[in-house]
Design a protein around this ligand. Structure first.
Ligand SMILES: Nc1ncnc2c1ncn2[C@@H]1O[C@H](COP(=O)(O)OP(=O)(O)O)[C@@H](O)[C@H]1O
Ligand SMILES: [Mg+2]
Length: 292
């Protein structure tokens, strides 16, 4: 006859090896395990979504007001003009200007049952932004660190982009927590850095490029915006030279941007030409990688 085991009873279905006597899990450990499972599941969901996107590029700058949103929007529309399937993600969570710059009236939708966001579509570009979820356009969005992180991960996890050739990301400026969160959560294929003609003196752009390099990411190159008679030119090129990365060209400061009825690439042939050249350089850098 066998004697019944002594000590704590082993639960049915327990993965515990026979004979080992692990104490039951504390509520704290159980919560930790659940959080780990959730984070793993989230990472797997993000990967499934991003696997359907060929190239993920970020438009980035050392500081605000240099034309980052303008470049992201016109770049995305220009890519769509070249028959690419394009998504545009507004990752400037505190300052979501993409909705306005794209002149989108329709909002992105959240589908409760499917647990997903359906991007709004305009000018052939699929768009997601916290701007869609603001009650009023002028409402201040005050996100603290963890909320920024959650918003970014939720966008990445739940936005149903479908198949895309390009996802263009309008980044928050500088080396803030928000910028770092995006760089760590989203495996970007490259960065387009927007600089101004006087940029080198302010070193913000160089600081941002150094951060990209430190995180082992790929700076595609620098574009100079607001180039021309008023602010001069040369800052973008100097930054590129200093950081030893390609210079992608100049975007002149023009009155054409005053017409806000549509993205300027669609309304100005000069701007269209500038962006055509910029997009061709970016596509060449990504699609035909330089050989060492
Ligand atoms: N090349 C340009 N010429 C004239 N105005 C421009 C140019 N680039 C951007 N702007 C204008 O400058 C303002 C700030 O640009 P924005 O893209 O919002 O900057 P950021 O996203 O870096 O804060 C906008 O009103 C935009 O229309
Ligand atoms: Mg902006």
């Amino acid at each position: 006859m066998t004697t019944p085991p002594s000590g704590p009873q082993q639960l049915p279905m327990s993965p515990q090896a026979p004979g080992s006597q692990r104490p039951p899990m504390s509520p704290q450990d159980r919560a930790k395990l659940e959080a780990m499972k959730r984070s793993w599941e989230q990472r797997r969901n993000i990967k499934t979504r991003l696997d359907k996107i060929r190239y993920k590029i970020a438009v980035y700058s050392g500081k605000g007001g240099v034309g980052k949103t303008t470049v992201a929007v016109n770049l995305a529309v220009m890519l769509a003009q070249q028959h690419q399937r394009v998504g545009l993600m507004d990752a400037d969570i505190d300052c979501p200007n993409v909705v306005k710059a794209m002149k989108i009236e329709q909002r992105a939708r959240y589908e409760d049952q499917e647990h997903r966001f359906i991007p709004a579509e305009r000018w052939g570009v699929r768009v997601i932004s916290t701007g869609f979820f603001q009650e009023k356009e002028d409402e201040a969005i005050i996100f603290r660190g963890p909320m920024i992180h959650n918003t970014i991960t939720q966008f990445l996890e739940m936005t149903d982009w479908g198949d895309l050739d390009y996802l263009v990301v309008d980044m928050p400026p500088g080396t803030s927590d928000a910028a770092i969160t995006i760089m760590q959560t989203l495996p970007l294929d490259g960065f387009v850095i927007v600089a101004t003609p006087q940029e080198l003196a302010q070193i913000d752009a160089l600081r941002s490029i150094n951060m990209i390099k430190k995180l082992n990411m790929h700076p595609i190159g620098v574009v100079e915006n607001f180039s021309g008679d008023i602010f001069g030119h040369g800052g973008g090129e100097a930054v590129a030279k200093h950081a030893e990365i390609p210079f992608l060209g100049r975007l002149e400061m023009r009155g054409d941007y005053r017409d806000t009825s549509k993205p300027t690439v669609l309304g100005s042939k000069h701007v269209h030409k500038e962006y055509e050249q910029l997009v061709n350089k970016i596509r060449a850098a990504l699609e035909v990688p330089a050989t060492a």
